[in-house]
Design a protein around this ligand. Structure first.
Ligand SMILES: [Zn+2]
Length: 151
């Protein structure tokens, strides 16, 4: 009998294919459509906390208020933290090395993780001002912002 410590892996080779249609929700739809069609980045203001959250969502994670006030933020922002990825994984949208940073856009109280590019890793620092570089052909996903670069 096989036990839980030394069991042989049981694997089934298969190929899955499923056509699907993903709904990003009300706030996610507003975010992606504004980004794709207008190169405008939006957040949402909490009426109780008065914080502007990015990316926008329908409920405040702090006070659970319903969020409905969509506001334009950025496009300039500030690096809050960063790291260099030195190895590649299939899940990464880029080959290493590359830099991820948490970017807080002007007018927002939260940041989002995105690429920092067009600079040397040694020049990146917390507090560095950055601006987005938009994709020429935008598809309605977060990579419509290709990356952020120093101002
Ligand atoms: Zn709130």
């Amino acid at each position: 009998m096989e036990d839980a410590k030394t069991y042989p892996p049981f694997e089934v080779k298969q190929r899955l294919k499923a056509d699907s249609l993903y709904y990003a929700g009300k706030m996610g739809s507003l975010f992606y459509v504004n980004l794709r069609d207008h190169k405008v980045i939006v957040g949402v203001r909490c009426p109780k906390c008065n914080k502007v959250l990015w990316p926008p969502r329908s409920t405040c994670g702090q006070c659970f208020s319903e969020l409905t006030e969509v506001v334009a933020i950025g496009p300039l922002g500030t690096v809050e933290t960063y790291t260099q990825v030195t190895y590649s994984e299939p899940i990464h949208p880029r080959q290493a090395p590359f830099v991820y940073g948490v970017i807080k856009l002007d007018g927002a109280d939260t940041g989002i993780t995105h690429f920092i590019d067009e600079t040397d890793f040694e020049k990146i620092h917390i507090g560095m001002r950055v601006k987005p570089v938009f994709a020429e052909e935008r598809k309605g996903n977060i990579l419509d912002i290709r990356y952020f670069k120093p101002i």
